[in-house]
Write a protein that binds this ligand. Structure first.
Ligand SMILES: Nc1nc2c(ncn2[C@@H]2O[C@H](COP(=O)(O)OP(=O)(O)OP(=O)(O)O)[C@@H](O)[C@H]2O)c(=O)[nH]1
Ligand SMILES: [Mg+2]
Length: 575
């Protein structure tokens, strides 16, 4: 069978074969008959053959050799360059290299090229080698490099030169065994270390300050998604590279670095276009996801209600569908694992079709649930109870505020996107007045509006709100940018016409006058949702806005009773 396969490869010489004589092509085809001892990197016979034919055709000639010593591919380059044929986009298993080495001739005195070394790491080849050919067509110096993640110079490979192939003392089998053992050992150490996926964050920013701000949020998002950030790589440039986001050279550096630190996942601090996502995935052997996919992954982990889960899945499907590539891992991302590798056996078309079918079914189911919610809301509106929605950047303290206003126990966490499903509670005011108050999903900058729309349950609550409480974490150095991001999202969603109160929360974490001064300026209110400080002012302001009634701010008893008498007798509208 193996013989037959090899037969069928004859005449299959790739690359730049144009203009070659029939006899030269035949000679190139004969390369497939060569066989290298599996313990050797190259045999003197193969070296002589390659050198001779390369000089004969005046071009570089390359071969891919597998671990059994068979020639898998033969290809021809230009006099000064050679392009590696497609080695298949199948991801190499953990703890393994690709099982192929690339050997090519050079007709001048150069050794390994930069491209060779990039191929070595990005395609996880076993080895790359160059063979200098003399004027007379004889093999001369032989340079080789193999992966070495721990290489002291941080380059990720080890390079060596032999004056001739006869001088090569290397036991190839033994070398690969040791290298893979080391890879596997690293893998085991990582697992023992909690088994969290190791990631490298990558971003392009116009300046240092914005890189720090943006990366710190991406780190928090990564922590929420339970991956371990080992490093971040930043490129400062005015514009994002249209093709690779970071420049090509930087991307090579990223790939190399990932290999160095044992990371398999790269998270881009941008929203990649489908074309960029595909190009970058094709460029390296790493799993690549973007900021939106990371956020979606967090959403998938945190959604609790049936409605929430369906909506996240729908958003993931819609986002990932145009990003599916031929041999892509895409589908498993749809099931919520962080950029997880997809089931290799599934054909792309089936993936796409299944994804589309699922999108249709999910949309239908979500519609049904939405109608039910609408009914409930209509009932509420009939009773003329005004509704208040708490909005704000993620982690600002929205759920804490709902809890302390209504003595509830909505989950509060120092994590981004702790809340996904809206929760409504009744809030009683003096003089038999009451309102419904709803806690909603947090906003984040640069979230595609389509994704925001995925949270229909939340949005529907917002659309019918009579008043929005915009909660801002006053202790956050980026509070202004974040508040602006919330305003932008509100206006994207055409919700900026709803009256709102600005609530500066976490006042206990700043100087007392600071929050108050800000509140005064913004006609808002400073509170500490955690300690209850300032809540009476807030209740007062709400009552004033909703009914134009005054509750004496000095009257502590009244205000605290208002807060204490609140009930939690309205279930979440999407349960
Ligand atoms: N010091 C202090 N911490 C607060 C205050 N309010 C909330 N926090 C903390 O801030 C973190 C986030 O609070 P959450 O109420 O979960 O924030 P959220 O806006 O609902 O966040 P998401 O639902 O994730 O968008 C938690 O660790 C809270 O304990 C406050 O007034 N003071
Ligand atoms: Mg919350």
């Amino acid at each position: 069978m193996a013989e037959k396969n090899r037969e069928s490869r004859i005449s299959n010489v790739g690359g730049n074969v144009s203009g070659l004589k029939a006899s030269q092509k035949k000679a190139l085809e004969r390369t497939y008959h060569r066989r290298v001892d599996p313990k050797k990197v190259i045999s003197p016979e193969l070296a002589s053959h390659l050198a001779w034919i390369s000089r004969e055709v005046g071009r570089q000639v390359g071969v891919l050799v597998n671990r059994r010593g068979q020639i898998e591919q033969t290809f021809v380059g230009d006099p000064k360059r050679i392009y590696l044929p497609d080695v298949g986009r199948q991801r190499v298993g953990l703890g393994h290299y690709r099982g192929l080495r690339h050997i090519h001739t050079v007709l001048d005195d150069s050794g390994l090229h930069r491209e060779d070394l990039a191929d070595l790491t990005k395609l996880r080849l076993d080895m790359v080698c160059s063979l200098v050919v003399t004027e007379g067509g004889e093999p001369d110096r032989f340079t080789y490099a193999y992966p070495m993640p721990d290489a002291p110079d941080g380059r990720g490979f080890y390079q060596e030169m032999a004056q001739s192939v006869h001088e090569l003392q290397l036991d190839f089998e033994e070398l690969i065994r040791a290298l893979e053992e080391e890879l596997a050992r690293r893998e085991r150490t990582r697992k023992a270390d909690g088994g969290r996926e190791l990631v490298v964050l990558v971003g392009v920013y116009p300046d240092r300050a914005s890189s720090e701000r943006s990366l710190s949020e991406l780190k928090e998002l990564s922590a929420t998604a339970d991956v371990q950030v080992v490093d971040s790589m930043v490129q400062i440039r005015r514009q994002v590279d249209a093709k690779y986001v970071v420049g090509r050279g930087k991307l090579e550096e990223v790939v190399l670095h990932c290999l160095d630190v044992g990371a398999e996942l790269v998270i881009f601090d941008h929203n990649l276009s489908p074309a960029q996502a595909r190009t970058i995935a094709a460029f390296s052997d790493l799993k690549v996801i973007d900021r939106t996919q990371l956020i979606l992954d967090i959403f998938a982990r945190h959604a609790k209600s049936r409605d929430g889960k369906l909506q996240v899945e729908l958003a993931q499907l819609k986002y990932n569908l145009p990003r599916l590539t031929d041999l892509d891992a895409g589908l498993s991302r749809l099931t919520g694992g962080i950029g997880g590798q997809g089931p290799g056996e599934t054909k792309l078309e089936i993936n796409r079709r299944r994804a589309r079918d699922r999108i249709t079914r999910l949309s239908r189911e979500i519609d049904t649930l939405s109608k039910r919610r609408e009914l409930r809301r209509a009932q509420r509106q009939r009773t003329m109870v005004p509704t208040i929605s708490i909005v704000g950047y993620t982690n600002a303290g929205k759920s804490t505020l709902l809890n302390s206003l209504t003595n509830s126990h909505v989950e509060v966490e120092n994590k981004l996107f702790a809340t996904l499903d809206p929760t409504s509670r009744r809030l009683r005011f003096p003089k038999e007045r009451e309102a419904i108050i709803t806690d909603t999903v947090g906003f984040i900058r640069d979230l595609p509006p389509d994704l925001m729309k995925a949270f229909r349950a939340t949005l529907e609550e917002l659309e019918t709100a009579d008043l929005l409480l915009h909660v801002i974490d006053v202790s956050d150095p980026d509070r202004d940018e974040k508040a602006q991001a919330v305003n932008n999202t509100l206006s994207d969603l055409q919700l900026d016409g709803i009256p709102h109160i600005i609530v500066f929360n976490k006042s206990d974490r700043v100087e007392p006058f600071e929050a108050r001064a800000l509140a005064l300026k913004a006609h808002g209110v400073a509170i500490s949702a955690a300690s209850g400080d300032g809540l009476k002012d807030l209740v007062n302001l709400i009552a004033h806005r909703l009914w134009q009634i005054e509750i004496l701010a000095e009257d502590d008893a009244w205000a605290s009773e208002t807060v204490a008498r609140s009930h939690k007798n309205i279930s979440s509208p999407c349960q």
